[in-house]
Design a binder for this molecule. Structure first.
Ligand SMILES: [Zn+2]
Length: 424
């Protein structure tokens, strides 16, 4: 089929890209490691004298996840990049929530002193121009054209098609090839570009059917509650949280269950507001029914407060962050882990090194803040992650028919395996 290259670093990926497009690709914040972005990874803001505006034509932000936008205020306000920045309207609206939350955690909890401040976030966001789906924006005196396509994944996520001097590239960002309960599937024209730069989070995983995954999830939640246990579901505030809430709400309504479902507040409430605001970006079913009933008005979901951590009653708790690497989800895990009747359901990807990753690989003794936690609770991994699986990636590549493929945003060994498969 086509040439496949795998690269773990975005810059490297960019180097193998073509002609002038090198400059666009290099500006994409696409590094798996930034999922747990730490301010310490950024160079000192005070003595940065890089002038990137004249070497980068444009910054494209595919979606609001921090590994794709976390360095943006640093880039515009500290490094001083002043060229165009393009994102969809929901992405532009939600990015400041994510950045502000990230800033608070970095400054207040991790005591980082090199982080951007709120004004820098505000200034940075005001520099973003929005693009609609299927809209084409022309840059560089007409030399470069950028078109956005629906990527699924999270609210507002887009793929970008870039044409420049007769060469073309599709940058996928993160995408999902199948619709879920709140978003549609990725959709893009058959573009036959010179290069596709694709994410490969699930380079080698093939997921079972969505329906059986949902059935399994509901079965485990219900069984745990019926025997008096508590269910912890670590999530990121936007995305899987809404997807699984819709699933539980529908099930609760159908079966008449009334166990409480809690959500760690703040960010999630704001997030639900944006889902309602950008209802056009959700899937067909939600769009059709929202006049009668907005699916994001959850009737069984209540706000969690800290005192409930110690209450011995069955409940479902959605807590952030999703990889159990800090915050309320980790705090809850420490409290609930020693009890066999409780369960933790990990619905997404967990990076190596996180507590989420450790319990998924079967570790039963985990040291958190110098204390050993004995994991007796049930541990389930059900991938509700909104990334394309290996089949989905291949499906997109066969559809696009690119001349070259660059793999990013994945684990090296798995990318290598996928590379062989693509070359076949
Ligand atoms: Zn993402």
């Amino acid at each position: 089929m086509s040439q496949a290259t795998n690269n773990t670093l975005p810059n490297k990926a960019a180097q193998t890209s073509v002609g002038k497009m090198r400059q666009t690709a290099s500006a994409m914040f696409d590094n798996q490691n930034l999922q747990q972005l730490s301010v310490a990874q950024l160079p000192e803001t005070t003595h940065t004298h890089l002038d990137l505006t004249h070497v980068i034509d444009c910054v494209l932000v595919t979606h609001f996840h921090l590994d794709h936008c976390g360095a943006l205020p640093y880039f515009t306000e500290a490094v001083g990049y002043s060229g165009p920045i393009i994102a969809t309207a929901p992405t532009k609206a939600i990015i400041p929530l994510m950045l502000e939350d990230f800033r608070k955690v970095s400054v207040a909890q991790k005591k980082e002193d090199n982080c951007f401040n709120s004004d820098m976030i505000k200034n940075c966001i005001s520099k973003i121009s929005t693009i609609s789906l299927h809209e084409t924006i022309t840059l560089c005196n007409g030399e470069m054209k950028i078109t956005a396509y629906y990527a699924g994944h999270v609210l507002g996520a887009a793929m970008f098609y870039i044409e420049c001097n007769g060469e073309s590239l599709v940058y996928t960002g993160d995408y999902n090839m199948s619709a879920d309960r709140h978003l549609g599937a990725a959709w893009i024209n058959k573009l036959r570009p010179d290069v596709v730069l694709t994410e490969t989070t699930y380079a080698t995983t093939i997921r079972d059917s969505k329906r059986s995954r949902e059935r399994e999830f509901l079965k485990q939640v219900h069984a745990t509650l019926d025997k008096g246990g508590k269910v912890l579901i670590p999530v990121f505030a936007l995305g899987r949280a809404q997807e699984l809430c819709i699933l539980l709400e529908t099930y609760w309504n159908r079966t008449g269950l009334d166990y409480p479902i809690y959500f760690s507040g703040g960010l999630t409430e704001k997030a639900n507001f944006y889902y309602k605001l950008f209802i056009n970006w959700t899937n067909e079913k939600i769009k059709k029914t929202f006049i009668k009933k907005n699916m994001f008005n959850f009737s069984h979901v209540r706000q969690f407060d800290q005192s409930m951590l110690k209450i011995d009653k069955p409940m479902v708790f959605f807590a952030t962050p999703g990889m159990l690497h800090g915050g309320l989800s980790l705090q809850t895990f420490k409290e609930w882990a020693p009890f066999e009747k409780n369960a933790v359901i990990i619905p997404g990807y967990c990076m190596p090194g996180t507590v989420g990753n450790k319990i998924l690989s079967g570790e039963k003794k985990i040291t958190i803040d110098d204390k050993v936690v004995h994991v007796k609770m049930q541990v389930y991994n059900m991938s509700f992650s909104a990334h394309a699986d290996s089949k989905g990636i291949m499906e997109l590549l066969s559809h696009l028919e690119p001349k070259n493929v660059i793999l990013v945003h994945g684990e090296k060994d798995k990318m290598r395996q996928l590379q062989h498969k693509i070359k076949e």
